[in-house]
Design a binder for this molecule. Structure first.
Ligand SMILES: *Cc1c(COP(=O)(O)O)cnc(C)c1O
Length: 422
């Protein structure tokens, strides 16, 4: 075997990528090609595209459905600011998120959820005047009741939604990528505790609290029809629970988890179908407000991770492209076990005095710079003639991407961050 790199046999046609390759938006393509190699990898956020998408989501939902953004999907301040006009508020799941979101979008309503709230976090949330507490356990309820009663200047009662781990219908369970409901999990209250919790909340033993309804975030990755079916069964359960306790049901939070299809980057959750289903549901319950709190399906599409091919080589019959960066910046494919959709942007110019490595086959495995076989961003990427120096842009990198990644591993430099259309 010769050690000299193989010259590309096929021209690197821009259309050479697979049907699942994303359509790179014009501002993202332009910046991904114009940034000098030393400023890659970089996260490119298309805020114009984000605003358009959020506007369409808001318009698809009926008026009595409130839209909250689950900040944990991507809490970059620019993202929160761009979303702010289109959402009714933000769901935060830690004291850190609470402080961060309150500073980034001051004055916007916050709902405080998440398991394992510390007493200090609960006290901070009370002091910040958060609009809703999603209570995850009987213990959390007791801590919240005690701290609410001790507030130095007690205002109106604290609005509480106990979160319940309700059984999912069999149909919904089949399609759900990540189910949190109806099986043993650390999330929410067991439905068997509902009676006792409601007696506490309605019987005068928690004077600082008012139960508005319930919360249920049961699954991630559901399509619109399944989401509507889950919402109907959650509302039905809540109506019967509140009737049994003679309490008015004002609100049901049906969570997030709207599907993002990483295998088909052009696909979108059917927000119109979902909105129509929720409109039927609220029409049947004239005094009820619904709330949804998506994360992934709001911000996944606006984020791109752009990088440069450093090396191309063949190993036991398979072509590998090694790019700057990797899963320590974009952990999503490793966390979810998928191929991150990507587009190759060929670069004609090769500024170096050494030869330019190129792929021999029709497809490559795109790996990062980490010394672990898990550092694979995408397999089977159609890229005949791919060469070092070409650029690769990964789509659907706007949610659970940078902020869930293990940045410190191997001490490579951090990516750049660019907010386009800000
Ligand atoms: C993570 C989470 C969400 C958002 O889920 P997505 O799948 O990103 O839509 C909403 N509510 C709760 C309670 C969550 O934990």
């Amino acid at each position: 075997m010769s050690l000299s790199p193989t010259a590309p046999t096929a021209p690197t046609a821009p259309g050479a990528t697979a049907v699942t390759a994303p359509a790179v938006t014009a501002p993202v393509r332009a910046l991904a090609l114009s940034l000098p190699a030393g400023r890659l990898p970089a996260y490119l956020y298309d805020l114009g595209a984000l605003r358009e998408h959020a506007d369409a989501v808001r318009r698809a939902l009926p008026p009595r459905v409130e839209l909250y953004y689950a900040a944990k999907a991507n809490p970059e301040p620019e993202i929160l600011t761009a979303l702010s006009p289109y959402v009714d508020g933000f769901e935060v799941s830690s004291g850190g998120e609470l402080a961060h979101v309150a500073a980034a979008v001051p004055g916007r309503p916050l709902a405080f959820g998440g398991p394992g709230k510390t007493p200090a976090e609960t006290a901070a949330a009370l002091a910040a005047g958060v609009a809703r507490f999603h209570v995850e356990s009987a213990h959390e309820l007791r801590v919240l009741a005690a701290l609410a009663a001790e507030r130095p200047a007690p205002g109106p009662p604290v609005e509480v939604l106990p979160r319940f781990n309700l059984p999912l219908s069999a149909g919904a369970l089949h399609t759900s990528a990540l189910s949190m409901g109806g099986r043993p999990t650390p999330f929410g209250l067991d439905p068997s505790e509902a009676g006792e919790v409601m007696r506490h909340l309605t019987g005068g033993s928690c004077p600082g609290l008012r139960v508005r309804g319930i919360h249920a975030h049961l699954a991630s990755g559901l399509g619109a029809a399944d989401q509507v079916a889950v919402a109907e069964s959650v509302v039905d359960w809540a109506v019967r629970l509140f009737e049994r306790h003679g309490a008015p049901l004002h609100e049901v939070n049906i969570g997030g988890g709207m599907a993002v299809d990483y295998a088909d980057p052009a696909a979108r959750f059917d927000w119109a179908g979902y909105g129509a289903g929720l409109a039927r549901l609220v029409a049947a319950h004239p005094d009820l407000r619904l709330r949804v709190e998506p994360g992934r399906a709001l911000t996944a599409y606006c984020g791109w991770y752009a990088t440069e091919v450093l090396d191309v080589k063949r190993s036991h019959g398979e072509d590998f492209a090694v790019v700057r960066g990797g899963t320590h910046h974009l952990r999503t494919p490793a966390a979810k076990g998928h191929d991150q959709p990507c587009a190759v942007l060929p670069v004609a110019h090769w500024p170096h005095r050494w030869p330019r490595p190129a792929a021999r086959g029709d497809s490559v495995t795109v790996a990062g710079q980490l010394c672990t076989p898990k550092d694979v961003l995408a397999r089977g990427v159609p890229a005949p003639g791919l060469r070092a120096g070409d650029r690769v842009v990964f789509a659907l990198a706007g949610a659970y991407a940078w902020n869930i990644s293990h940045h410190g591993f191997l001490m490579h430099p951090r990516p750049g961050f660019h907010f386009l259309g800000g």
